[in-house]
Design a protein around this ligand. Structure first.
Ligand code: FE2
Length: 169
């Protein structure tokens, strides 16, 4: 699912949908945190979840100022590729992180589009939100890149095993 959030012609609706998307991300992150074994990953995801909660706090006054209702949840329609229900069925830390990567694709796309279409008073908040989303995505990518691959054997180190030499460049 490629999200359409951030491309709405109606800017109030765009900001309301972004808030819904952030709610959905908070719920998906919580479902992920509940299921992860890796303590360091749980702590990092809790920080990302807090960023999404801050986005909601920052966007809400803009919506109110435009005379709109502030969404209090993600709504009935699933906003993310791997929403909280899907997240609750996923087993294994790597699979959970890969699923959150799909969700970050959605939130990154939405914030990219929204930052481009932003009304002037929302621009700074959306740019900051986009920077958060990029940071979330890059962290997840780095973790998945660092995934241990037990089938890979160590390369020979004879050339760097002379006494007094440390490290290998
Ligand atoms: Fe995010």
């Amino acid at each position: 699912m490629v999200t359409k959030v951030g491309t709405e012609n109606d800017r109030l609706e765009m900001l309301q949908n972004l808030i819904k998307l952030d709610h959905a991300a908070v719920e998906a992150y919580q479902a992920a945190i509940d299921r992860l074994d890796n303590q360091a990953w749980r702590e990092q995801l809790a920080e990302f979840k807090a960023d999404h909660m801050r986005h909601i706090r920052e966007l809400s006054p803009l919506v109110q100022h435009m005379g709109g209702e502030v969404p209090e949840s993600g709504g009935a329609k699933e906003m993310l590729t791997q929403g909280k229900v899907a997240m609750s069925a996923i087993m294994g830390d790597d699979a959970i992180l890969r699923a959150m990567k799909s969700n970050e694709n959605d939130t990154n796309t939405a914030y990219e589009n929204a930052a481009e279409n932003a009304p002037p008073e929302a621009r700074e908040i959306l740019q900051r939100g986009l920077a958060d989303e990029r940071r979330h995505c890059n962290w997840i990518l780095a973790q998945l890149g660092a995934e241990p691959r037990p089938e890979v054997t160590s390369r020979p180190r004879s050339e760097s095993s002379r006494p007094g030499q440390h490290g290998w460049h």
